[in-house]
Design a protein around this ligand. Structure first.
Ligand SMILES: C[S@@+](CC[C@H](N)C(=O)[O-])C[C@H]1O[C@@H](n2cnc3c(N)ncnc32)[C@H](O)[C@@H]1O
Length: 288
């Protein structure tokens, strides 16, 4: 079997949050006469083997954990259609083998770039369809434009894993150290170049001794982690009628990813329910 090594304890937290939400979603909508779709644009293999990092003992190195695909397929109340996409041919083959374990379940597997998959998936949804979409890239693979397509569908609840640590690395604290070759990636990831003015603010007046320092200091510095997280949430809120507070996934206390629920359905009922349920789930896992 193909091993898919990625993540760590933070991945388990992501999947626990995700599992609680899809359980709620399929239970709440089971008698509502909608066609329920589950879409996983970065599907992986269905399993996860925790990555062994140098110097970091892994508790269960050989153990297979459920990936998002298995979580979605193992629900008591099921979705009507499962859409699994991954760019890796090997992982798609593994997904085909896995779908064989669920005879009679409508599983559709594609091997596309996730941004193309999102466009195709959203274009295929009709007025009676409702969906949960998981977008959990490794890094900066997802374009902001794809999120706009999801938001305009008005029928998708999105769980988005945003690569916070990469954003922090690409926006160094000292504004002089921004590398011009990263700007296009940041613009694509965030859908704007406003990060230059919104993430960087004028420094407090320099200390007297700094004025005689050899290095010319930048006049701007990047916001702290909380400020950057708020900026990402505000960007999402410009597109989606409801965005939850993020669950921050950490490794040894360093923030790695932000995990958000973003609801595209503008109805007050959908938003009220999403706010309540995501609040409960986030609170449940807030101490991990
Ligand atoms: C973090 S893993 C996904 C984990 C999976 N959702 C789970 O919980 O088991 C990211 C996946 O994205 C796939 N991938 C990387 N770049 C991609 C792209 N541009 N389009 C689609 N899939 C991509 C990788 O092959 C990998 O399986």
């Amino acid at each position: 079997m193909t091993k898919h090594e990625f993540g760590g304890p933070w991945t388990q937290l992501k999947l626990d949050v995700f599992r609680d939400y899809v359980r709620f979603f399929t239970t709440a909508l089971k008698n509502k006469n909608f066609n329920l779709h589950y879409a996983d644009a970065f599907a992986g293999t269905g399993n996860q083997n925790l990555k062994t990092e140098e110097g970091q003992p892994v508790l269960f190195p050989e153990e297979d954990f459920e990936g998002s695909v298995r979580v979605a397929l193992s629900l008591n109340e099921s979705f009507q259609v499962y859409h699994f996409n991954d760019i890796s041919e090997e992982f798609c083959q593994q997904l085909h083998r896995l779908s064989g374990e669920y005879p009679g379940v409508d599983v559709r597997i594609t091997q596309l770039d996730a941004n193309d998959f999102v466009r195709e998936f959203c274009a295929g949804l009709g007025s009676n369809d409702r969906a949960v979409l998981l977008l959990d890239p490794y890094n900066t693979e997802l374009d902001w434009e794809s999120l706009k397509v999801v938001a305009s569908s008005q029928r998708i609840d999105l769980w988005l894993l945003f690569p916070l640590s990469t954003l922090l690395r690409m926006t160094p604290r000292d504004g002089n150290r921004i590398r011009p070759e990263w700007e296009a990636t940041l613009n694509r990831l965030l859908g704007t170049d406003r990060w230059i003015t919104e993430l960087y603010k004028p420094k407090e007046a320099p200390q007297i001794e700094d004025m005689f320092g050899a290095e010319p200091e930048s006049e701007v510095e990047r916001l702290n982690v909380d400020g950057v997280s708020k900026f990402v949430k505000n960007r999402l809120s410009e597109q989606f009628p409801f965005v939850s507070d993020p669950v921050t996934l950490r490794n040894n206390n360093s923030p790695l990813f932000l995990f958000f629920l973003a609801v595209s359905n503008p109805s007050n009922v959908a938003i009220g329910l999403a706010r309540k349920v995501s609040g409960q789930i986030i609170k449940k896992y807030s101490t991990r």
